[in-house]
Design a protein around this ligand. Structure first.
Ligand SMILES: [Fe+2]
Length: 143
């Protein structure tokens, strides 16, 4: 199934994310992290049957560092939705930890993890993080 029409930038047949400027929130370091996160998810091997939890752990580690940087940024710009947004990061962190645990026990695979992360990226970066960018832009314009 191709989601190209409904979401524009995700092709679930091939798990490709086309990075574009609409995803920028206006802070260079956060934007670089988002791009890196997208690259990481994109490069998760889908059919690797070998048990190798490096991918999961690296993603988990990168995501948690990114969340705390993004939370600092929201704090710096007095983002009104900081608390709700931070809670979404916490929920994802818990889910990532659960994936890592289940993967260790052989209860899930990298394909499921990649699929989940794609959905998350679409919903979170596209919708939630974009709101930070919009707020930041308006705030910068109004001075
Ligand atoms: Fe976020």
């Amino acid at each position: 199934m191709t989601n190209r029409q409904s979401h524009g930038w995700i092709d679930t047949d091939h798990y490709k994310i086309e990075w574009n400027d609409a995803l920028l929130i206006g802070n260079r370091s956060i934007d670089t992290q988002h791009k890196r996160l997208v690259d990481m998810i994109q490069s998760i091997p889908e059919f690797n049957t070998a048990r190798d939890d490096r991918v999961l752990n690296e993603t988990l580690e990168y995501a948690t560092t990114h969340f705390s940087d993004e939370e600092s940024f929201m704090h710096d710009i007095a983002y009104p939705d900081l608390k709700a947004h931070t809670n979404k990061h916490k929920t994802l962190t818990r889910t990532l930890l659960a994936y890592a645990r289940n993967y260790e026990k052989g209860k899930t695979d990298l394909y499921a993890f990649k699929h989940f992360m794609f959905r998350w990226v679409r919903e979170h970066i596209m919708d939630e993080d974009r709101k930070i960018g919009q707020f930041f832009k308006t705030r910068s314009q109004t001075g």
